[in-house]
Design a protein around this ligand. Sequence first.
Ligand code: MF3
Ligand code: CO
Ligand code: CO
Length: 270
Amino acid sequence: MNETHRGRLTREGIRIHETADFAGMHRAGALAAQILDEIAEHVFVGQTTAAIDKVIEDRVNASGAKSATIGYKGYQHASCISVNHVVCHGIPGDKVLKDGDILNVDVTVIVDGWFGDTSRMYVAGKLSRKAERLVQVTHDALMKGIEAVRPGATFGDIGHAIQSYVEAHRMSVVRDFCGHGLGRVFHAPPNVLHYGRAGSGPRLEEGMFFTIEPMVNLGRPETKVLADDWTAVTRDKSLSAQFEHSIGVTDTGAEIFTLSPAGKFHPTWA
Ligand code: MF3
Ligand code: CO
Ligand code: CO
């Protein structure tokens, strides 16, 4: 069997990886998470998003890994940085962070051919009450999704767990972007929806690797992409948050590949 793509595919085209492959994903995920730990001190009022991205790019290069996003569909940066009402795919630039801004930083690295993809929220200055609520609900929604992961459950169970939790808090789940399979590729089947019906969708099997990365809005779920063809924003300009982990399905549940080594996954845990 070919070294690049071992293991079988389900009829939905989802790769079932081998036990030995978890170690590769763990290394890639740990590096991505460690880089996100290290940039916490680089997020402050007056800082630009380009400066944060530069720290990330330098760190990826110093580690001997590769950035998965530089050159991906013409994207030119080592991270996406999405501030306030930017939902995802914010392009790092000369935007200066001001007091109370919340931002998602999303990093994907390639280590020995394996992709580690993770994002989390940061705050510049003081976290407002309403932003804190949004960030907390989004984080907890991701964890509810991960708790639904076990062999025999379905992808719809994951989406349902996330959607019902978010809507119970009177916030909305973005429909226009989803999680994805990954492994030795960046984006593979299936689309991991952050909403849905319990019991619907493909069944989870041990050896599946994918991301869960819910985007949650304080207002309505609709988004639009700006003229730069990347930046997605909420149509109603409401605040948006996102957290992302890369995970693998084990015999009993999920292994999270992108756990924060320093325990700083949430902005109030730093
Ligand atoms: N890391 C993003 C994800 O979670 C994808 C970013 S692609 C980029 O899937 F080109 F915008 F960087
Ligand atoms: Co992703
Ligand atoms: Co990502």
